[in-house]
Design a protein around this ligand. Structure first.
Ligand SMILES: [Zn+2]
Ligand SMILES: [Zn+2]
Length: 217
């Protein structure tokens, strides 16, 4: 028996399987996740991607929002593999690259969002309340749900503009040998270390916490 009184009415069975996987990974359904989902689906089509070619796919996200989690699930571009690059510009834009056939597409969200679902009136009220900063948690959840479902029902062209772009320079940080930080002694990738004036190599936290790196304890 399921007491779903406190839950917004998500009819989970109406959601596509691959979106359910994204929700399971991310923890909730929200407009941000849907943006990433829409972009990933379109990229898969345009670039002819398959899971087996995961390693050939690179995603560059120009924001660090919920959207990134859908890219990780659907494109296999993950923080750990290094084929997910986050440029924290706060822009709702994403580039997906297929290295095997050297093609890339950039998706940029269109300026204006308009709710077109069946709950116009309710959504309008919720938007007004959100704008006034006067909402309950329940209302915010409801507003996000309505917006998410509406976004899912739109054609991608209504939400994102898509352009084929030149292949960006490989944005990889190649693997580099590690060495011990001269201050804390912890093993650190050599390309990430900071050179001090006296020739010592420090890890980033040590370099930023000791302006005078010649201090020795
Ligand atoms: Zn989210
Ligand atoms: Zn250190």
């Amino acid at each position: 028996m399921n007491d779903s009184n406190h839950k917004p009415s998500i009819h989970n069975r109406e959601l596509p399987e691959d979106l359910k996987h994204c929700i399971a990974f991310h923890g909730h359904l929200c407009p941000g996740l849907v943006y990433g989902y829409l972009v990933a689906k379109q990229a898969i089509q345009l670039l002819g991607l398959h899971r087996s070619r995961d390693e050939e796919v690179v995603a560059v996200s120009e924001n660090d929002t919920c959207a990134v989690d859908a890219l990780q699930v659907l494109l296999g571009t993950t923080a750990g593999k290094g084929n997910l690059i986050i440029k924290d510009y706060g822009k709702n834009a994403f580039t997906v690259i297929n290295r095997s056939d050297k093609r890339a597409f950039r998706f940029s969200r269109k300026a204006y969002y308009k709710y077109e679902g069946e709950h116009q009136e309710e959504f309008g009220r919720l938007e007004t309340a959100v704008a006034a900063g006067d909402t309950t948690a329940k209302q915010r959840i409801r507003q996000k749900l309505l917006k998410s479902l509406d976004l899912l029902s739109k054609p991608l062209d209504a939400v994102f503009s898509t352009t084929e772009v030149k292949l960006p320079e490989p944005p990889y940080a190649p693997l580099a040998p590690s060495e011990a930080c001269a201050q804390c002694g912890e093993m650190t990738m050599s390309t990430k270390m900071v050179d001090t004036n006296n020739g010592r190599h420090l890890c980033i936290p040590c370099a930023s916490s000791s302006p005078n790196s010649s201090d020795q304890r």
